[in-house]
Design a protein. Structure first.
Length: 411
């Protein structure tokens, strides 16, 4: 007879010490709202002692600014992806954003070559595989659905050195696992680094069910229909930067890029992180540094305050309207890391509450399943007492935590 499985918790990954309070390059609409709230709070400080509510002007504005996120991947045969969104207003729910759909994006080369991007939906635009001349400069032109035109400055192509290694270490006191990156440029040409990553982890449902329901009938599970093992993928949202200009060598050692809290579900079975690295110009690095400072260490008036942010995109239709984003063109180096559950110590995940309930089965057809509460699902047949054990669907179906039962190709 099957036994209840482990009870992994619902968790979140805290990837760096950069906390999003202002504009974010990855989720700008969400964090623009936070920056507006922060500015409103600072403006209202002299009136904290008053009982009368104060609504600063920033709360009444709706800039609806265009946000452009993406890097021009200059690797041989690589494709490039850009995301267009609009900043949100204070009244919008946290995490909401407005994708800019129906736009036309074009990559322009200084030698006259033109590359079109295709809309994928939800504000995402992707090019075909590109063969870019690394001696040329490139621009991104955007025409939105209302005819407004935007154009970036022409940017050179930078070449990213390979990532030397990804390492991880578990802190003995906190139990957290930190993933770090190591890289260097023997030609001493890089200096300004930016990283992002995609993480994938395998996890299991709290209870390993032997049954599922198909067309109202109970079916035994197998590898083709199981809902107990899932894989989930997320992308980094923090601004991850490195700078070697103050060093005698163009080298980055043990730069932390991700932290997995102790007992998080991400390491309940197996975890993978794919790190990507590209090189910034000094001007681009300055832009991202300001953005990073505007989104961290804003806990008091003695911390760094929001600074003016000027990117390299321009609104040709309305030159007075700012555009959020900075175009860079670079080759991209990548490396993948795997961590097994048995490689870390003291990693017992907190259990979920998964009560079992026994219900009788139809005496004429034991395969029929007609329990009225949809929050429950079948677990396994019992012989004593005779019937069917059921439990919450959230304990039985790993997909309800956002994952998929499709194993990734690289797994």
């Amino acid at each position: 007879m099957p036994r209840p499985g482990r009870h992994p918790p619902k968790t979140k990954l805290l990837v760096t010490r950069t906390y999003h309070i202002g504009i974010s390059a990855i989720h700008p609409a969400r964090t623009f709202r936070r920056l507006a709230i922060l500015l409103g709070f600072i403006a209202g400080i002299p009136w904290l002692a008053c009982r009368k509510d104060y609504t600063p002007p920033v709360l009444r504005t709706n800039p609806n600014l265009l946000v452009v996120e993406g890097v021009l991947n200059a690797g041989t045969g690589a494709s490039s992806t850009f995301t267009l969104t609009r900043t949100q207003t204070i009244g919008d729910s946290l995490g909401a954003y407005t994708p800019e759909t129906g736009a036309r994006l074009t990559i322009l080369s200084s030698n006259g070559d033109i590359y079109q991007l295709r809309e994928q939906g939800n504000g995402i635009y992707t090019s075909l595989s590109l063969l870019l001349d690394k001696t040329e400069k490139y621009q991104l032109k955007i025409v939105t659905h209302d005819g407004s035109q935007y154009l970036s400055d022409a940017v050179p192509v930078t070449t990213a050195p390979p990532i030397d290694s990804l390492t991880w270490q578990q802190d003995q006191s906190s139990g957290n696992v930190t993933v770090s990156i190591n890289t260097h440029d023997p030609a001493n040409n890089s200096h300004y680094y930016r990283w992002f990553f995609t993480e994938t982890w395998e996890y299991q449902s709290a209870l390993i069910s032997e049954l599922i329901v198909q067309n109202g009938l109970l079916i035994f599970t197998d590898s083709s229909n199981q809902t107990s093992t899932c894989w989930r993928t997320d992308s980094s949202t923090d601004i991850l930067l490195g700078n070697s200009t103050a060093l005698s060598q163009d080298r980055i050692n043990q730069a932390p890029i991700a932290t997995i809290p102790r007992a998080a579900e991400k390491l309940s079975v197996r975890y993978s992180l794919l790190a990507s690295q590209y090189i910034l110009t000094e001007q681009a690095y300055r832009y991202w540094s300001i953005l990073q400072k505007n989104t961290q260490n804003l806990g008091s008036l003695f911390d760094p305050q929001p600074s003016q942010l000027i990117g390299n995109y321009h609104n040709l239709t309305n030159p007075n309207e700012p555009v959020i984003g900075y175009l860079s063109a670079s080759t991209i180096g990548q490396q993948r890391l795997f961590i097994q559950r048995n490689q870390v110590g003291n990693w017992d995940t907190t259990g979920m509450t998964c009560p079992l309930r026994n219900i009788p089965q139809n005496p004429f057809n034991f395969q029929l399943y007609s329990y009225s509460d949809p929050s429950y699902g079948p677990y396994y047949f019992t012989t004593f007492p005779t019937g069917l054990e059921i439990s919450f669907e959230t304990c039985l179906d790993c997909r309800l935590k956002g994952g998929s039962t499709q194993k990734p190709d690289f797994w």
